[in-house]
Design a protein around this ligand. Structure first.
Ligand code: MRU
Length: 383
């Protein structure tokens, strides 16, 4: 996508230093656009854990590049020592954030590729670089395709409304900042907007870290998409009053049975959508499916972050970021970062291969190569 009119991705290898990976440090958006140099796997782990980069696809891409940086620094006495170091670095990266399954997926892809490669260290370092690049390129391409498939839904609503703006509600940031490019929930919006379909987006602010207010609003603005930021609790009211035509969200992990983990508050939006007959779609690349889990509510690990994020709020004052205390000094705070929306509340899943129902039958219909070995896939089909 574009920043100030220039094409930009969220992560890339520095043009003049192949030992440096560059990221947009999202903690500063929307007030400052900061590019950070990452030169070690430890720095990449910090960038993921402290959310300089965040969002399922981008966490996966960052993990892929983290393994490349790990390969550059790993001891070279023998191939066994080299691979042991990479295995240990992959465990450090894995420990950074538990909910987004793209992290585990990208680390496994790197380790599988490296183990299968010829046992020369220089060959494996180069392979770690090309695998990281492939993960990033594939993420961007899959998000582009999600846009193509999802755009048809928006075009259909637009036609039904005689060309009046299609009102989309989205939660958190599943935009291009959460991936390498295009985003998932936003990809259909960008594609429709570019094709001349009138679209307006209701942007949930998404406490406590305000990814909607800070990031989704910024990227929609950069692309010229009309949008309005709302308090998290406004969605139900808007749906009751026919102000929302469709809810589009992303996801950090979706079971192959269609249960969707996403930013805390998504479940409440799905309940409100269900109650008001508003279609609720979730957009994701295949790297966000968990092919092993069947019951998302019981099995998906839910990250709990520091209470500090709930107790305080930060924003821009004069020319600097300031943080202020919101709560009484003595009040306890809890910070559940994600929730799980059961498949029965999800109208459909928009993937790079097309749109399917949120059920094992729907998902495995699109990904038949995954059908073998699923727990109970042949039985009640979930959802
Ligand atoms: O905690 P974050 O910012 O990494 O959470 C991820 C998200 O932004 C959302 O949950 C998003 O909707 C899905 S990730 C594409």
């Amino acid at each position: 996508m574009k920043v100030n009119g220039k094409p930009c991705r969220t992560i890339w290898v520095a043009p003049h230093n192949a030992r440096c990976v560059q990221i947009i440090d999202q903690r500063w958006l929307p007030h400052r656009f900061v590019v950070e140099d990452i030169t070690s796997v430890a720095d990449m782990a910090t960038a993921i854990q402290d959310m300089h980069v965040r969002g399922a696809g981008l966490i996966g891409a960052a993990a892929g590049y983290g393994m490349y940086l790990a390969a550059l620094a790993a001891p070279q006495q023998s191939i066994a020592v080299f691979m042991d170091a990479l295995q240990s670095d992959s465990r450090s990266l894995q420990a950074t954030r538990p909910t987004a399954v793209n992290l585990e997926w990208a680390l496994a892809r790197q380790l599988d590729a490296l183990r299968a490669a010829p046992p020369q260290i220089d060959v494996r370092i180069e392979l770690a670089r090309t695998t990281a690049q492939a993960i990033a390129d594939e993420d961007a391409e899959y998000c582009r395709r999600i846009g193509v498939h999802g755009q048809a839904l928006l075009a259909e609503i637009s036609a039904r409304k005689g060309g009046a703006p299609v009102n989309v509600l989205t939660h958190c940031n599943a935009g291009w900042l959460a991936f390498v490019d295009y985003g998932t929930a936003t990809a259909p919006v960008y594609a429709a907007h570019d094709a001349g379909v009138a679209v307006h987006v209701w942007v949930d602010e998404t406490r406590p870290r305000n990814q909607g207010a800070r990031l989704t609003a910024w990227e929609l603005g950069q692309h010229g998409v009309p949008h309005t930021v709302i308090a998290d609790n406004a969605g139900g009211h808007l749906m009751q009053h026919a102000q929302v035509d469709i809810v589009l969200t992303g996801t950090d992990r979706t079971t192959y049975t269609g249960d969707v983990a996403n930013k805390i508050g998504t479940y409440l939006k799905a309940l409100a959508a269900h109650d008001n007959g508003v279609p609720f779609y979730v957009a994701l690349p295949s790297s966000t499916f968990d092919w092993k889990m069947r019951d998302g509510v019981r099995e998906i690990p839910i990250e709990q972050r520091a209470a500090h994020e709930v107790r305080t709020i930060s924003g821009w004052h004069v020319d600097q970021e300031v943080e202020v205390l919101l709560l009484p000094e003595g009040s306890a705070a809890a910070n559940y970062a994600f929730d799980v929306t059961p498949a029965r509340l999800v109208t459909g899943l928009i993937t790079e291969r097309g749109i399917c129902s949120a059920s094992a039958a729907g998902v495995l219909g699109l990904y038949p190569e995954r059908a073998a070995g699923q727990r109970g896939a042949g039985s009640s089909a979930g959802g």
